[in-house]
Design a binder for this molecule. Structure first.
Ligand code: SAM
Length: 237
């Protein structure tokens, strides 16, 4: 076994997410694709069966427990890397209208081919989030935006909130330092038209602590945000 399905089932059950046999066989195939591709490119450091099940698959689908994902919702994964959380989310919810963004073309090529091999439909977009956030085609167009392991919350909000429709949510998938990041991001969230409406904390079966910060989009993002990368880095909100 390339991943440990019982650990995935255990964590999913704790989170109230049902996992069918069809999903399990797609997860098995995804584990195979990830491990194979990782032999020739640096996709992820986590390739042991327990780690794939918990740190990649269970952690990714945990987003489903933090917010309502309506049928066919338009979802964006910012900084998807090797396809997390988006590909597991699509395995669990193939009805979602999923777009993935990453600034690394090589990773996206793998993500697109993995989704296709799994019979899943997704759009991949090679861009920096702060550039796409100023593009009318993507700005304030998504019901749900999620992101894991990309940047500290204050910076991540500038990347992600511009994509969320007013009334939609941004799910920031964070680890043990979530509370510090929340404290540092209060001003950024307000400036960008967001409001924290929930903090869903849980512990995965490997002992890893997680908090999904649920930020609702209350009002439009002022036109000057997101700023260019250099400005975000120099003077984070
Ligand atoms: N989300 C995945 C996960 O949890 O496994 C990948 C995490 S990886 C540590 C961070 C990813 O974010 C990288 O693939 C990187 O290329 C991408 N990234 C970082 N900053 C970005 C930006 N401003 N716009 C788009 N992608 C970005």
């Amino acid at each position: 076994m390339l991943y440990n399905p019982s650990l995935l089932l255990e964590d999913a059950a704790k989170l109230g997410i049902s996992v069918t046999d069809e999903m399990l066989s797609r997860f098995e195939k995804l584990a195979f694709l990830l491990v194979e591709q990782n032999k020739t490119m640096n996709l992820t450091a986590i390739i042991d069966p327990d780690g794939i099940a918990v740190k990649h698959f269970a952690d990714s689908i945990s987003a489903l427990s933090a917010a309502d994902f309506p049928q066919g919702a338009k979802v964006l994964d910012v900084g998807t890397g090797a396809g997390f959380p988006s590909i597991p989310l699509l395995i669990a919810r193939p009805d979602l209208d999923m777009t993935m963004i990453d600034s690394t073309a090589k990773k996206l090529k793998y993500v697109a081919s993995a989704a296709e091999s799994l019979g899943l439909t997704a759009e991949v977009l090679h861009t920096r989030a702060e550039e796409a956030g100023q593009n009318k085609e993507y700005r304030e167009k998504f019901d749900i935006v999620c992101s894991r392991a990309v940047a500290a919350l204050n910076v991540l909000c500038e990347y992600c909130l511009p994509f969320v429709k007013v009334g939609g949510v941004f799910l920031a998938m964070k680890g043990a330092k979530a509370q510090e990041e929340i404290a540092d991001a209060k001003a950024a969230i307000k400036t960008l038209g967001g409001k924290i409406v929930d903090e869903k904390s849980f512990t995965l079966s490997d002992g890893g602590e997680r908090t999904i910060v649920v930020i609702k989009k209350i009002s439009q993002v002022p036109p000057k945000y997101p700023r260019v990368s250099a400005q975000i880095a120099k003077k984070p909100l």
